[in-house]
Design a protein around this ligand. Structure first.
Ligand SMILES: Nc1nc2c(c(=O)[nH]1)N[C@@H](CN(C=O)c1ccc(C(=O)N[C@@H](CCC(=O)O)C(=O)O)cc1)CN2
Ligand code: GAR
Length: 186
């Protein structure tokens, strides 16, 4: 299965996919390209292992520019991995059921515009939630509204802070993202 990974940040989710391919946990999966909407550490991680990488910084034109780069590459699945730009309706419809996203919360709660990165964890703690987790879902035109593929929760002990929650969720994201890609590669 040939995948394209879209990134915006530190690239921990991208690195997890790279490592899983290298250690044999994701047989028959190849990262054909990485596309970034901004210069970020994820770009360096991709270039470090010679993955063709494209930096498309025109936000308004991102979806169109990304589609141009994807044309003819026979990509089977797009993975949004810490990706922070909202994709156009046209782009999403073109990749219906062939694009997934990993979100650092238990959707449908704590999703949508403005809900990304540590903003999610701040809201979860501010609401005194007793659990959090991560979700892998199909991408639709609405933000974080697509069908859930995998979700994993864990309890939040009293007194935990944003940094602990971000770290704990990153562990869950690693597990369910690799599992979801493996499931779709079959
Ligand atoms: N059409 C869709 N595009 C995207 C989806 C989706 O489900 N449908 N998922 C997001 C990923 N995401 C959460 O998992 C998410 C990303 C970004 C935002 C957000 O509010 N972004 C800010 C800009 C942030 C920045 O550029 O630094 C904004 O749009 O104002 C919310 C949720 C990816 N795309
Ligand atoms: N809504 C999307 C979102 O909030 N993504 C989040 O950005 C962080 C950094 O990802 P990265 O280290 O893979 O770049 C991750 O926690 C990821 O869930």
């Amino acid at each position: 299965m040939k995948i394209a990974v879209f990134v915006s940040g530190g690239g921990t989710n991208l690195q997890n996919i790279i490592d899983a391919i290298q250690d044999g946990s994701l047989p028959n999966v190849e990262i054909s390209m990485v596309i970034a909407d901004r210069n970020c550490l994820a770009v360096e991680r991709a270039l470090d292992v010679d993955i063709p990488t494209y930096l498309l910084e025109d936000r308004k034109a991102f979806s169109e520019d990304a589609q141009h780069n994807l044309e003819g590459e026979e990509i089977d699945l797009i993975v949004l991995a810490g990706f922070l730009s909202i994709l156009s309706k046209e782009f999403v419809e073109k990749w219906e059921n062939k694009m997934i996203n990993v979100h650092p919360a238990l959707l449908p709660k704590y999703g949508g515009k403005g809900m990304y990165g540590k903003k999610v964890h701040e809201a979860v703690l501010a609401n005194n939630e007793k659990e959090s987790g991560a979700t892998v879902h199909y991408v639709t035109a609405g933000i974080d509204e697509g069908e859930i593929i995998l979700q994993q929760a864990f309890p939040i002990k009293p007194g935990e802070n944003v940094d602990w929650l971000a770290w704990r969720i990153s562990q869950v994201e690693k597990e369910i993202l690799i599992e979801a890609i493996k499931k779709l590669a079959k």
